[in-house]
Design a protein. Structure first.
Length: 178
């Protein structure tokens, strides 16, 4: 089994472990604090030390604008349109699911194409490792946000969407990028 396939399988396993981590955290309060710390440090470090610099290298400074929009736009919309809370929540949910699907597709591309840069002696890309590491917090967050409000079926469907989009990106691979 090649490294791309191993990273792909690990990314799906880590995603599925999110709901299990959520259940464990509910049973043990200190575990939630530890998970919060892990998520904050790991994701922040990965994004600002590896993913964002590589994204800027590949796409230019527009990658920073996309990151900023993804962080602030949903909460800005929700604050501005507080009176339309239900509609805003629905739009935000749909926007979030589309964004998560696109993000998962890009994760699949990163795994399928990012294990090396095409030559001997080159440094392997950190992107496949970053994808695997951030999948546990992704699964945990999706479960934390959707399971209590929308139930088991819809939360599971969201995780399935992520897995399918990741698979599509992994399978599409290089042809999408060329």
């Amino acid at each position: 089994m090649d490294s791309q396939t191993i990273f792909f399988v690990l990314s799906l396993v880590a995603l599925v472990l999110g709901p299990a981590a959520y259940q464990m955290a509910r049973l043990a309060g200190p575990v939630m604090s530890a998970l919060d710390g892990f998520i904050f440090v790991a994701i922040g470090g990965l994004v600002f030390l590896h993913i964002l610099p590589e994204s800027v290298e590949l796409a230019g400074w527009v990658a920073v604008l996309g990151t900023a929009a993804g962080i602030w736009l949903p909460s800005l919309i929700e604050k501005r349109l507080h009176r339309l809370a239900h509609q805003v929540h629905t739009v935000t949910l749909v926007f979030g699911l589309v964004a998560i699907g696109l993000h998962a597709f890009a994760d699949g591309l990163a795994i399928g194409t990012g294990t090396d840069h095409g030559g001997e002696g080159t440094v392997p890309s950190v992107l496949p490792v970053a994808v695997v590491l951030h999948r546990l917090p992704v699964g945990l967050t999706v479960w934390f946000l959707l399971r209590p409000l929308y139930g088991l079926r819809r939360a599971s469907a969201a995780l399935l969407l992520i897995a399918v989009a990741t698979s599509a990106g992994f399978v599409a691979g290089v042809p999408v990028l060329t």
